[in-house]
Design a protein. Structure first.
Lengths: 353, 109
């Protein structure tokens, strides 16, 4: 049994197996990447899709399978074949490989609780056992429980085959990050080269008459290059920011959790007894309010913890694009809890002394 | 040197001429053009054709119209423009000259 998807190719509807869809999508994406500098790229892609639709129609099958897609790719040719001599890029382009993108998912096939650790293992290329051990080791500070809970909520589960392929794709190691940066830089460089090349061509052909057309072309290519560069910088800054925020909020959450545990323990269990010990005599009694101290500590924890928790979610969403969002009712609930905690924290802080 | 590569380069060079030539007498859509070129074993894979068609169209040598089809997606029928006809005539002369030149050279050796 296989799951099928419905796709629209050139205005016609086809049912296609999920693995076949992933393959076709990869194929079209890599053609797009190859034709990146070709004039009229979208039109060429539309023509190709049209032809693929025609080939599918000629099969008269109710569902397109992966064999059909492979057959079509054999007829149409590899992405390299689409590049005609004149606009062929000089440098080697990455070869067409299936599912080179990689995304963070929870792995339902290898889970202890929610599959978070094995998902992280797939993403980083680290054995999930080590990831689990790290989480276990951090459990004593209390923070890995919160962090695990957060990740469980927002990392989507890899359900479909294409998602599982994405989950297991190339590991996001430093080498790959380097490749990504290099590739983006190469794209920018190519755009700039195009500016010069097209400029010279235009001048020779049309002289002063086509000057404005040339100017337009120059600017559009220049803006394309600038846009690419900015999006590359934006991506890197966004990721860095995400890592920094995660680090900070995690540290903050550790501090609040520890202070909650220690603070409540002192107030509830030892209370003023500790003040009798030598060295503590000069300290004042810490609790004087009419409420049980545990309420004070809970409200304090929530007042600081909920914003930190939300910040953690935002940072994770910044870092991984496919992260899920909290539903509106959960957000409102969290906001309400936070308001109550904040008000009680203020009231209790004012009345405790 | 890779023989397949050289063969492909030779084919690509004359492909534009052939596309214009098959469109000379009749309007065709991509698959029919493909049929002609495949029969003549000029094309190995179909993908090569589409960027070429778009380039010829952008150079105003071809224009196209859409026609509905009962058996599949709508078809893009290509026609030669006046410029295209003139272009084809010029290529034909060049081709004949080349053919003559090549025959002379290869027969000598």
């Amino acid at each position: 049994m296989k799951k099928t998807l419905t796709i629209n190719l050139s205005g016609l509807v086809y049912h296609i197996d999920e693995d076949a869809y992933a393959k076709l999508q990869d194929y079209l994406d890599s053609i797009k990447a190859y034709l990146d500098n070709t004039l009229g790229r979208d039109e060429i892609i539309a023509d190709i899709e049209n032809r693929i639709a025609e080939l599918f129609s000629s099969k008269n099958k109710s569902v397109i399978s992966i064999e059909d897609v492979e057959e079509v790719i054999a007829i149409m040719g590899q992405p390299e074949d689409y590049v005609s001599e004149e606009d062929a890029p000089k440098q080697e382009r990455p070869h067409f490989t299936a599912s080179s993108k990689k995304r963070l998912y929870r792995d339902p096939d290898n889970q202890v609780l929610g599959g978070v650790c094995s998902g992280i293992g797939h993403f980083t290329g680290i054995d999930p056992v080590w990831v689990r051990l790290i989480f276990l080791a951090l459990l004593f500070s209390g923070v890995s429980a919160i962090f695990y809970f957060v990740l469980w909520i927002i990392i989507p589960k890899a359900i479909s085959i294409s998602q599982k392929l994405e989950m297991k794709g190339k590991a996001a190691t430093f080498n790959n990050i380097e490749d990504f940066v290099k590739e983006s830089y190469q794209n920018v460089k190519e755009d700039l080269k195009n500016v010069k090349f097209k400029g010279a061509q235009h001048k020779a052909q049309e002289g002063a008459k086509g000057f404005f057309a040339f100017l337009g072309e120059l600017f559009s290519a220049l803006f394309k290059a600038i846009g690419r560069l900015l999006s590359l910088i934006g991506e890197i800054v966004g990721k860095l920011l995400g890592v920094i925020i995660i680090g900070m909020t995690l540290a903050f959450l550790i501090v609040i959790t520890v202070s909650f545990i220690v603070g409540s323990f002192i107030d509830v269990h030892i209370g003023n007894d500790i003040l009798m010990l030598p060295g503590f005599q000069y300290m004042e009694s810490s609790w004087g309010g009419p409420y049980h101290p545990i309420f004070y500590h809970i409200s304090m924890m929530l007042t600081f913890g909920i914003p930190a928790f939300s910040l953690l979610l935002v940072a994770l969403q910044l870092l991984f694009k496919n992260m899920g969002r909290l539903s509106g009712s959960v957000k409102i609930g969290m906001l309400a809890v936070w308001m109550i905690a904040l008000i009680s924290f203020i009231v209790m802080s004012l009345t405790r002394f | 040197m890779n023989i397949e590569n050289t063969k492909q380069q030779m084919r690509k060079g004359i492909l534009e001429y052939c596309i214009l030539a098959v469109l000379k007498d009749q309007d065709l859509y991509a698959s029919e053009i493909l049929e002609h070129l495949k029969q003549a074993k000029l094309l190995v894979v179909e993908g090569t054709l589409y960027p070429l068609l778009t380039r010829l169209k952008n150079a105003d040598l071809l224009h196209y119209r859409w026609e509905e089809s009962t058996s599949g997606p709508p078809r893009k029928y290509f026609t030669l423009t006046e410029e295209g006809v003139a272009f084809l005539e010029e290529l034909k002369i060049t081709w004949n000259e080349l053919q003559h030149a090549i025959n002379t050279v290869t027969n000598k050796s």
